[in-house]
Design a protein around this ligand. Structure first.
Ligand code: TXA
Ligand code: MG
Length: 528
């Protein structure tokens, strides 16, 4: 069969769509949530075709769409006051109400359940088509079962071409995720699927509304969900999806520590250029409506791009965000990653980073010695080769051992040389640091501390959620350096003056720890 594309803005096309529906055919229609695959809800043969076209399991019931409230009376056994109030507040709109069904609902629609789901969409094209057809329309999302729901006519075409009579193009869907499903067939009412009408909005009208456990957790083997649709792996692109909890720096760590060909990220606005993989943004971090709007479109785009793994910044699960999070959980088949939270620890020489590091170790953090890794980095053969090419073979002694002082002399001769050194060593330092964290961090650890004097000169701050800077008064630092390195005050002061000043560090700090020896470090670190 050839699938025709109709124009939702054309009265003629709406009439053509209605005609197909009246004669028992299938037409995909735009709604404000997602595109629906519609058939005459009272014609069981037509309804059966929906299941075939979608490859939908027969035990998953359909939503019946109406264009006027009065239509509900013949579809259900009775309309409780609460249902009327809900409809008054949120219909037409992205909310589906479940009630005990009347006898005119075919078993195919309710999948054998004693209840039926009813919704009055707000999309003018959907409403016009229901009106013109003069029948309630059964319509699941117009995707192939298991794939993300379609939010454009193009998505429907990708899944349904050749399987249905027509698609009515009404532009991209506004909400972007499917309607909120609430059942009034239980007491108290229960939220079965979160969507554009929030749990809070439901409770505003209904009082207490339970949230079905299947909304946020995985069903156990053989468990029967209140809403059959919740048991299927859903909304899944071909790519493997992973939800990554935590901050943007932790997200960067997660991506970089296990980078593969075919990886991509779904992130928030403004983060796209900060990651080393193809990125799509699904909206601003604090805007669940934007995220809902583009989620399914983005998931489909990753498949078009041939992506194999998608790492997703975990969205807020508040308000409409609960719907976004619920869809992502299913797209990810509940795979959630908790990367470590990483802090940078630095400060001037003699300020006592190591003392603070020890305190943090006692508190349960994994301490990574960045200065040690920086020394190790220049022992890696590829790094050595690049250093020789840049600075000459004189940086080795007769035994082929690196003379660090000779390298330093050449590399710090001028700014250009210093930059060349960094270009060669920094990627290696980053790689060693990521490996060290990956191999040593366990769930027992509270987080990771990268302890490195020159942390602000390298790439590591991008993985750090916060920067801890340790400071101490100058004469105290001088004393400590004299004692530690057995040198006189003059030499110690030369070293101190050769370093960046305290201001430099404080400007880049999120947390400043005073360490003159008379303050409680533990108290100051409680902020973490
Ligand atoms: O926004 C939407 O609701 C879209 C548009 C097209 O209206 N439709 C949609 O339909 O998402 P569908 O079939 O993809 O999802 C319907 C969900 C399924 O999870 C199904 O199990 C549940 O509603 N459902 C339908 N009837 C039910 C019933 N009687 N009891 C419990 N759950 C029901
Ligand atoms: Mg669906």
């Amino acid at each position: 069969m050839e699938t025709e594309i109709f124009d939702g803005g054309s009265q003629q096309d709406i009439e053509k769509a209605a005609k197909i529906l009246k004669s028992g055919g299938l037409v995909a229609i735009p709604t404000e949530t997602v595109y629906g695959l519609a058939a005459d809800a009272l014609n069981s043969d037509a309804v059966a075709k929906i299941f075939k076209a979608k490859g939908r399991p027969m035990d998953n019931p359909l939503i019946v769409h109406i264009s006027r409230f009065e239509e509900i009376y013949r579809l259900v056994k009775g309309v409780p006051h609460k249902a009327k109030e809900l409809a008054d507040r949120y219909w037409p709109g992205p909310m589906t109400i479940i009630l005990p069904k009347s006898d005119i609902i075919p078993d195919e629609v309710s999948a054998g359940l004693p209840t039926v789901a009813v919704r009055m969409p707000s999309h003018p094209v959907a409403r016009a088509i229901i009106e013109k057809t003069g029948r309630p329309l059964a319509a699941p999302s117009a995707n192939s079962s298991g794939l993300p729901s379609p939010t454009t006519a193009r998505h429907v075409m990708d899944d349904m071409n050749g399987k249905i009579e027509a698609i009515v193009d009404g532009g991209p869907c506004d909400v972007g995720i499917e309607s909120t499903v609430v059942t009034l067939a239980t007491d108290p009412p229960r939220l079965l699927r979160p969507g554009g009408i929030t749990h809070e909005q439901l409770e505003d009208v209904l009082g207490h509304v339970d949230i079905d456990p299947a909304v946020l957790s995985q069903l156990k083997e053989g468990e029967r969900p209140a809403s059959p649709g919740m048991k299927y792996k859903h909304y899944s692109p071909k790519a493997e999806v992973y939800i990554v909890n935590g901050s943007l720096p932790s997200f960067k760590y997660q991506i970089d520590c296990d980078l593969h060909e075919g990886d991509a990220a779904l992130c928030f606005d403004g983060e796209e250029n900060e990651l080393p993989v193809p990125c799509l943004s699904f909206g601003r971090k604090d805007n669940s409506l934007e995220q809902a709007h583009s989620l399914f479109d983005d998931l489909r785009k990753f498949d078009d791009m041939g992506i194999k793994r998608v790492f997703v910044r975990a969205p807020s699960a508040e308000g409409v965000g609960l719907g976004v999070y619920n869809r992502l959980l299913r797209a990810a088949a509940f795979k959630i990653i908790e990367p470590p939270i990483i802090y940078g620890l630095t400060g001037q020489s003699g300020a006592g980073k190591t003392t603070v590091g020890n305190e943090l170790k006692k508190k349960g953090y994994l301490i990574v010695d960045g200065d040690l890794l920086a020394r190790k980095a220049v022992e890696i053969p590829e790094v050595l080769n690049a250093l020789v090419a840049e600075f000459g073979k004189e940086i080795f002694d007769s035994d082929g051992k690196l003379i660090r002082s000779e390298l330093a002399k050449r590399a710090f001769a001028n700014e250009h040389k210093r930059q060349r050194l960094n270009k060669i060593t920094h990627p290696a330092i980053t790689k060693l640091t990521l490996e060290t964290i990956k191999n040593n961090f366990t769930s027992e650890h509270k987080g990771v501390i990268i302890d490195a004097a020159a942390i602000f000169d390298c790439d590591l701050p991008k993985y750090c959620t916060k920067m801890i800077v340790v400071t101490a008064d100058e004469d105290i630092r001088a004393e400590r350096i004299m004692k530690r390195d057995c040198i006189d005050r003059e030499t110690a002061m030369l070293r101190i003056n050769a370093q960046k000043n305290e201001q430099y560090y404080i400007e880049r700090a999120d947390i400043v720890i005073r360490n003159n020896g008379n303050e409680s470090l533990s108290d100051q670190l409680n902020e973490l």
